[in-house]
Structures are given as structure tokens and as C-alpha cells.
Design a protein around this ligand. Sequence first.
Ligand code: AMP
Length: 444
Amino acid sequence: MPIKNSKQKKKKKDNIEKEPKEKKEPAFQTVRGMHDILPKDEDRWKAIWNIGEKMSELYDFSLIETPILESAALFEAGIGVGTDIVEKEMFSFKTKGDEVVVLRPEGTAPVMRSYIQHHLGRFSSPLKVYYVGQMFRYEKPQAGRYRAFHQWGFETIGEGDPFYDAQTILLAVNFLKELGIKNVTLKINTVGCRVCRPNYRKKLLAYYKGEKKHLCADCLRRYEKNPMRLLDCKEEECKKMREDAPIILDHLCQSCNGHMKEVLELVEENGLEYEPDPYLVRGLDYYNRTVFELIAKDSAGFALAGGGRYDYLGELVGGRMIPAVGVSLGMERLVEYMEEKKIFVKAKKKPGVFFVIIGDPAKKVGFRLIHKLRESNMRVLEAVGKKSLKAQLKAANRAGTELALMLGQKECFEETVIIRDMRTGVQETVLAEKIIEETKKRLR
Ligand code: AMP
């Protein structure tokens, strides 16, 4: 064995930064409510990506990506000024050019902005697009609720047929199923339309009028600005109040009634169970007719996904009615749920080789050979900072590669490389110029 594992090298410390003994908070940390995605969660994030892409292909959705910064006015017009998001949760600021912009709080209004701006309706009807990205809401941080989080969203724009409402629901349910999340409740409701909603709103205001003293501060505001949101307050007193409140199902116009009926029939057609929830109204102004959420039965009750129909958004942000329906899945919540329930996913990686370089003179040749291997589509790992053979082989073991390719001064001189089978420890010397074929031959 030409490469020495010398004692003298043992003494020489690998240049690893040792963690300081006493625990001191680092000076810089993520901003409150924000978080890092760490390598330990890579497999779960990748699983969501892979399944998201697979579902997008199967259901024929194409990628759309909009900027993280949008004008504040887009959301004020689209989501509505009386909503929690616009009133309290937007990260907004003025640019040097005096434009008021926000870090987008959600993806649907930007997609509709893009649809109108680029005349995307010309290309297909309906337009089916998906987006993946970070959203920002200045909410009270707590488990499962962040100020920056990722959503995977699907939007079908240009169609009012209940077929697409049902398809959107099914798509989200199947997305979760593919991830191994099967135990979900589909909560569904309708929020009516401009024909039936005003009448219902009146009934609701009349019901709550004499009861205002029982409402929380938020609901008092909602009473003035967005009375349907009185129904989804989480305060116990307000929840009690809603028990006798009129429900929209009793006040739907014929057309909304027919739409809802058809959505439910299509959902049933696919064997999906659902729970009608008259208190599900969702916070945004742009929803009409179908609204829904998917909630894991064995969780704290957080929604994993939510969506609905938003036929008026086009008009709110672009001046004309464009029927549309969509859903978005909260990716952090999916990752956390999978972690909690030990839903194990392993991202498939190419079998890798670990390249061991001993001594500085071997570095240049090693650098070239590693590049050659990668050019031939091989995954190569290395730990050049660890100087000793033992430390590098230990790292190879930990990484679980099948092979280690080893290069020292002698091999450089002889233009060879040693290939070590990490399971058996058997080593063979091969010509450096044959490194690609020889490695491929030995990789299973
Ligand atoms: P929404 O855009 O409010 O309909 O939310 C859609 C999905 O995004 C929800 O069902 C959650 O899974 C996720 N989500 C919404 N807000 C947050 C948040 N603050 N932190 C983490 N996930 C969120």
C-alpha cells in the first residue's frame, strides 16, 4: 500500500474548526419568524419538488415564476384592504424611486397580474400554471406559522366550470397522497357570488348587530369591513356566537347552488370524502363559490393546503372578469408533518465515489481527475481539508460511497489511481487515463 497512514500525520490536526466549549448565542441569526432550510431536510424538500413536478406534468400544468417583489397596490386591489394580510401582514417598503412595494404575501394575485400583463389567455384556455416560491406575511410566529414560507401553487385560469374546481381539489389530495400523507380531511364550503352574497351579508350583519359586545377586537373590525370573516374567528367566545348565525348554504342563488352541487358530485365521483364546513370562508376578498382546505386528521389542525375559486380577481386587478380556481400547499407544513409522523422519503442520488487526495503534490492531478469524473456524470465527494488518509476514508465511510479513489505522490508519479471497494476493503491500482472506465466498471 503506497499511501502511508503515518503517525506523524495523526498528530497533525485536520483543519477542522472546533465548536467553542461554552454555548454562546451567535451574533447573527435569522430574522424573527424566518428560518433556514437545512441539509438534514433535503430529502423531504426534494420529495416535495419531485412530486410537485410529477403532478404538474400529469395534470398538464406549466411553470410560471413571478418576482418576489410586487407593487403593494396589486394586493390591496386583489386581496382586499379589509383583509388581515393587507391590513396587518404585508412586508412593505418604499423603493428609492418612491414606489411602494411588498414582499409577496401570496402567489395568486401575481399570477393573475402576469396573466393579464402577458395576455396569457391567448395561448390556452384554460391556462394551467404552477409556481413554487417564498411568501412573506408578518404574522405572529408560532409552530407551523412563519413570516417567510414556501408554497407550491396550481392555478387554472380562464374556466368557470366546476370540473376545474374538483380537479384542483383532487390534484392537491393526490399530491399529499404521493408524499405519503393519506389521513386528510377535505373541508369545503362555498362563499357565493355577487348575486347571493349581499343578501347573506345583510342577514349576517343583522344577526351580529345586537351581539357586538361578545365579539373580540378583531371581529369588531371584521363586522365593519369583512363580516363573513366573523365566522372563522378562533376565539372561543366568537366561535360560540357563530353557532346560531345564518349560513350561506341557505342563501345561495340558483347558479351558485348548482355549481357547488356539481363540484361535490365530481369529488364524490372520485371517492373523496369531504366535510362541509359552513364556517370556512378563507381570508381573502377574491374568493367566490368554492373554498376548501386540506387538514391532516392527526395534526394540530393546521391546513396543509388551501384554495378556491376566484372569478373576480381578474376584474379587481385588470378590469375584466376572468374565471379561475387554484390551490396552494404550504411546503414547511408538509415537511414538518412528514417529520413528525416519520414519513420517510429518501431522495435518489447517483452512486458516488469518494476521492482521497494525500499530500499537496497530488492536489493538482486530483483536481483534474475529479473534474473528468464529474464531466462523465459521476457524483464525486471529497474532503481535501482532512489531510490524513484515515480521516478521508472515515469521511468516505460516513458518506456511504461504494468506492474510494485514492491518489498520493507515488500514484501521481506513476500516473495511476488506487480504487478501493469500501465494503470489502479490496484495493486495485489502475491507470489514471482509464479512471472513467475502471470506475464505471466497479460501480453497481
Ligand atoms: P393561504 O395562502 O393562506 O391559503 O395558505 C395556503 C397554505 O400555505 C396553507 O394551507 C398553509 O399550509 C400554508 N401557509 C399559510 N400561511 C403560512 C405561514 N404563515 N407559515 C407557514 N405556512 C403557511
